[in-house]
Design a protein around this ligand. Sequence first.
Ligand SMILES: *Cc1c(COP(=O)(O)O)cnc(C)c1O
Length: 391
Amino acid sequence: MDDEPLVTRMRPFGETVFAEMSRLAAETGAVNLGQGFPDTDGPPALLEAAARHIREGVNQYPPGPGRPELRSAVAADRKRRYGIDLDPDAEVYVTVGATGGIASSVLGLVEAGDEVVVFEPMYDSYAAVIALAGGVRRPVTLRPGADGRFTFDSGELRAAVGPRTRMIIVNTPHNPTGTVFTRDELAAVAEVCRDNDLIALTDEVYEQLVFDGAEHHPLATLPGMAERTLAVFSIGKTFSVTAWKTGWVTGPEPLVRAARTVNQFLTFTANGALQLAAADALHDEGAWVRRQREALQAKRDRLCAGLRSAGLEVLRPQGTYFVITDIRGLGYSDGIELARALPRTAGVAAVPAQVLYDTPEEGRHLVRFAFCKRDEVLDTAVERLVAAFGG
Ligand SMILES: *Cc1c(COP(=O)(O)O)cnc(C)c1O
């Protein structure tokens, strides 16, 4: 037998850097600002509802497409906030987190040899699932402008599309840069999709976590896009319950059916009690989400100011849980080197951004910190960085 049993298409994907940094953080007692999960709980009524549904016997397989209560709540929520009309039976489908939705969508829509355009840096599951499908990634690099906001060049976007291009993946608000795509940026994406008959897969898990009055626009609301866009969501980020892995995809029936056909055999269904709790939260927890958004914006400001005082250049995000920093002010040029040293030398863990690029040299000098943590945790991290690097 081959020494390496893993299939060749997955060999480039070893242990993720997130796991490595979390392990280093645990070994050294470092404050972990690497992986992006909150250290406080979601809305009390949401947690209570999940426990109640389990106690009251919601413990067997829910319907394959998801509990009708959640699919109706999703349709009502899209209608209320964006004026989008969805048929909850044919155009909403519940998945095991956004990760499950992304995997089912790509595996159901990308043929071996098809090309998929992705903006880099990119969420790590995109690369792996495109590889599993036998697809080929065509990266378009997001770079910071003079204002520190990451954006793309629409000429580079056009140049990335060819005759084999099937899909473009659009993540807005964007992890890890924190960019919220403007209507103009989305119009450029939409034009490329229409001109080349592409499917758009949108990852909108941070749709509610935008700051400074920035507005999230679903790509599906642009002209000619509803019929070619499959959108992926999750309750994990919106309601601070990342362990719940409850998400959904929405879009036209043929695209949803493609994802559903695959998902039947990947996971079949997702936890029913959590789906019922999520349905109520979509109706009832708007005020909690607003408070959470304000709290996160203050945390962003707190961490950004602290990182600056430690000598890092901060590329200020407009949304999400994350801030990208340029480490060259600390005398480092390689983010992996700094991120591996940081837990021991400073007692803080972060993630090197270059592992989220297909062209790592574009992000060699960038490191990502998460700010979805209690204020005292952020303050401890900053004190340690200032102590290690001077102010
Ligand atoms: C966290 C995250 C996901 C995964 O969401 P789950 O519901 O936990 O599967 C997907 N996309 C992005 C950009 C994320 O940050």
